[in-house]
Ligand binder design. Sequence first.
Ligand SMILES: NC(=O)c1ccc[n+]([C@@H]2O[C@H](COP(=O)([O-])OP(=O)(O)OC[C@H]3O[C@@H](n4cnc5c(N)ncnc54)[C@H](O)[C@@H]3O)[C@@H](O)[C@H]2O)c1
Length: 319
Amino acid sequence: MAKKIVIAGGGVLGTQIGLICAYHGFDTTFWLRSEASIGRTQPKIERYSNLMLEDLAKAKSLVGNPMGAFLYPRGLVTDWQSASPESIDALIAQAKDRFANLIHLETDMAKAVKDADLVIESMSEDPEAKIGVYEAMKDLLDEKTILCTNSSTLLPSTFAEHTGRPGKYCALHFANTIWKNNTAEVMGHPGTDPEVYQAVVTFAGEIGMVPLQLHKEQPGYILNSMLVPFLSAAQALWATGVADPKTIDLTWELATSAPAGPFKILDIVGLETAYNINQMKPQAQVEGSIENQIGKLLKEKIEKGETGVNAGKGFYDYN
Ligand SMILES: NC(=O)c1ccc[n+]([C@@H]2O[C@H](COP(=O)([O-])OP(=O)(O)OC[C@H]3O[C@@H](n4cnc5c(N)ncnc54)[C@H](O)[C@@H]3O)[C@@H](O)[C@H]2O)c1
């Protein structure tokens, strides 16, 4: 279906989404608000494209290894069963070619969205900023253009009327490290046209994602509706002094055969994000509450620079 994809926002996720679209052969334009944004996005494109190419190169040594089926970059190799070192080399060559030729950066919104089949908004989680861009974009979009948001916490019904095309608007939510964790949660609002919804589901499959269909709006989608309470329960055990993070992780890993317990997951998510989620709870402001204690403990670690895997240290040491 879609031929031209536009990504609004060149941050952590926007960059990854644009790269995965180009990797799978779609002409991809990043709309960025200024030359300064281009300056910030270009190094991210460089960084994430290199990570994707490195993971493809590593996947060659996984061919024939029984663990390979669990470890290969699922968003990049669509048919692992028939993959060979030679076929992966061909994917690497094709990716380099596509990254060089299919990605465009544009600050002029009208030029960026002209003829777009699909626009994926992946801007900061700031409702006013998102509304401002939807309002600016709505008269520039072609009749055919479908608009999606990658918002993690905001519902599409909040924005539908601001897009000027509620029927052609829904959420398409990706996970960080999209080329390995290839989930695409597709969530409409009550006014989303079912045909548009299905077109988005099809597109998600075309870019190497596994489309996960939600039948109604749900804050946190499927994943975070489970993950956030799970991580909160683990943090409460820590904050109330029941057990230390390593023991809590070990319990979960041994008892369920899961590869990572909640504190390893928190290190991957990043402690700033965990702190922000905790502080949104009204109880976090109540002195003496468990949430208040969780906030204090997370803040102590953040102030020491122990914010997780990206910082080299969180609940675990990665150096
Ligand atoms: N980081 C994650 O793990 C993750 C995972 C899934 C979904 N998301 C969602 O993706 C979206 C982007 O998150 P991110 O982590 O990439 O954020 P980020 O902070 O890395 O990037 C945000 C981008 O939005 C741009 N932006 C902000 N205000 C703008 C404006 N007024 N006009 C134009 N551009 C503007 C910034 O320049 C930047 O390029 C959010 O809605 C978030 O909820 C994030």
